[in-house]
Design a protein around this ligand. Structure first.
Ligand code: 13P
Length: 253
């Protein structure tokens, strides 16, 4: 993952999809020439992280995880630590995805603790934030995002190992995306929140991703929005051809 300058980032979140046979998609991705001026990351399920890293070692494609525990080791049956992910060669971990906030009751406080653990292990923490449809319809989007950001992204984090992903809950897997001004409004608010937290210079280096129904046919317009530094892609990242098209759109933006 690039440091210093704000390199664009195309990240794929496979969620609980993918068997060993699906690693062929990575081969296809890694074989196509990846644009050298952007970062490309796939976060497969934990079961595939090791073979995915072994398989893509020679390429610029980075491999990350979808969650980690807040502790580095201990009696936590079924959990995986950031240290263990780093040990495999993972470079990033998605944290606070709405599917974990909702399905596993993850609080902002827990997400922040996980982010500290991730960074302590040398992983880039990709922290997800997003409003529900009811919250958007009530006009509470910026307030909700602000509160999530305040709780999940403490000033004690290292901005050099931090990415934020704006993922409106109602846009995930629905085929719906916010209007471009709505995306711009949230990303601009996030940039301002980061500047207040880390100072303008450091805030400028943090990538802000948009996530939620990003597809080859809408990627270019999303990437044209100010302060959108890339995407966190779910469904379309499962298919090498679709994800490549999104990567190319980002490279051209
Ligand atoms: P979709 O791209 O399938 O809407 O998922 C987005 C997402 O949740 C990525 O983390």
């Amino acid at each position: 993952m690039g440091a210093g300058m704000r390199r664009k980032l195309a990240a794929g979140n496979w969620k609980m999809n993918g068997l060993l046979a699906d690693l062929a998609q990575l081969d296809q991705l890694a074989k196509a020439p990846l644009p050298p001026h952007i970062d490309t990351l796939i976060c497969p399920p934990a079961t595939l992280i090791h073979p995915a890293i072994a398989q893509t070692r020679a390429s610029a494609l980075a491999i990350g995880a979808q969650d980690c525990h807040a502790q580095s080791a201990g009696a936590f049956t079924g959990d995986i630590s950031a240290l263990q992910l780093r040990d495999l060669g993972a470079s990033a971990v998605i944290l606070g995805h709405s599917e974990r906030r909702e399905g596993h009751g993850e609080s902002d406080q827990l997400v922040a603790a996980k982010a500290h653990a991730a960074q302590a292990a040398g992983l880039c923490a990709i922290i997800c934030l997003g409003e529900t449809l009811a919250q958007r319809q009530a006009g509470d989007t910026l307030q909700v995002i602000g509160a999530q950001c305040a709780g999940s992204v403490p000033a004690t984090l290292d901005p050099a190992l931090l990415v934020l992903a704006y993922e409106p809950v109602w846009a995930i897997g629905s085929g719906l995306i916010p209007t471009l001004p709505q995306i711009a409004e949230v990303h601009s608010a996030l940039r301002a929140a980061l500047a207040a937290r880390f100072g303008a210079e450091a805030a400028h280096t943090v990538r802000l991703l948009y996530g939620g129904s990003v597809k080859p046919d809408n990627a270019a317009e999303v990437f044209g929005v100010a302060d959108v530094d890339g995407a966190l892609v779910g469904g379309a990242s499962l298919n090498a051809q679709d994800f490549s098209a999104i990567v190319q759109a980002l490279a051209a933006a």
